[in-house]
Write a protein of this length. Structure first.
Length: 258
């Protein structure tokens, strides 16, 4: 009877919350039936990334080329991480969601974005033993007030039931924007930017890490963090992001995304 009363009270509270704070579209904020959903206008703009795709980079193929196929890009320059996956292409509403989370204090979007990430990265979360976000430099953290990657990572870890630690690795060097830099300059820009804490080294030993960020563009940032984690003792690193910039998706003003 007490349980029934608690369930009834919770339902009343939920209904009241819907009246006071009606659910709105995660993209355009028009009214919708369920929290964290998209309206009929925004939904078609989401380009979800699904197989067939490169088994390493997660970049979609135009047609099915067989199981475990690897893209020419991954063959030419094998990344330091084992696998990378993203939920959506970085364009349209997906781009707006990232920008709203990052620059407009829309932390309420993080759990819904994480839900899509967990679905897209199911094979990664199954193997992961620790979730770690890409860190912000302290200067940027204080100007922005929160790390959007850490918010996404926290909800991914909670939904997938994996330990989460945002303190394992720090960004110790402020870096330039990556747009306009050639490959060698991107690598140099990220060199020495990250450092694993002493406590973090203990947590990383022989563990498979799931590294979380908001957007995968060139991969220079997640590659630099991956190398830092592996040097500190991680046995392997996978990368999971909300969005991936595909050809034609990346805009110059989004240079600060990763």
């Amino acid at each position: 009877m007490i349980a029934d009363f608690k369930n009834h009270s919770a339902q009343v509270a939920a209904n009241l919350a819907r009246i006071v704070f009606p659910p709105v579209c995660a993209g355009c904020r028009t009214l919708v039936r369920e929290p964290g959903t998209l309206c009929p206008s925004c939904w078609p703009q989401m380009r979800f990334i699904a197989p067939p795709y490169c088994s390493v980079l997660g970049t979609p193929f135009a047609f099915d080329v067989g199981d475990d196929a690897v893209s020419p890009a991954a063959i030419a320059e094998p990344p330091p991480f084992a696998r990378s996956r993203a939920a959506v292409a970085y364009s349209g509403v997906a781009r707006d969601l990232v920008q709203n989370l990052k620059y407009r204090d829309r932390a309420d979007l993080a759990p819904w974005m994480a839900r899509w990430m967990v679905r897209a990265g199911a094979e990664l979360t199954t193997d992961a033993e620790l979730v770690v976000p890409v860190p912000l430099h302290a200067r940027r953290f204080f100007s922005r007030r929160f790390n959007q990657s850490a918010e996404l990572a926290r909800h991914v870890a909670r939904q997938a039931d994996i330990p989460f630690d945002p303190t394992v690795v720090r960004r110790v060097k402020p870096t330039r924007q990556q747009v306009g830099l050639v490959a060698s300059e991107r690598v140099a820009n990220m060199r020495g930017a990250f450092k694993v804490t002493e406590a973090g080294k203990m947590r990383l030993q022989s563990r498979r890490v799931l590294l979380v960020d908001d957007v995968f563009t060139t991969g220079a940032t997640v590659s630099a963090v991956t190398r830092t984690l592996k040097r500190a003792g991680a046995c392997e690193v996978d990368v999971l992001t909300f969005a991936m910039a595909l050809p034609g998706d990346f805009l110059p003003e989004d240079a600060d995304t990763i």
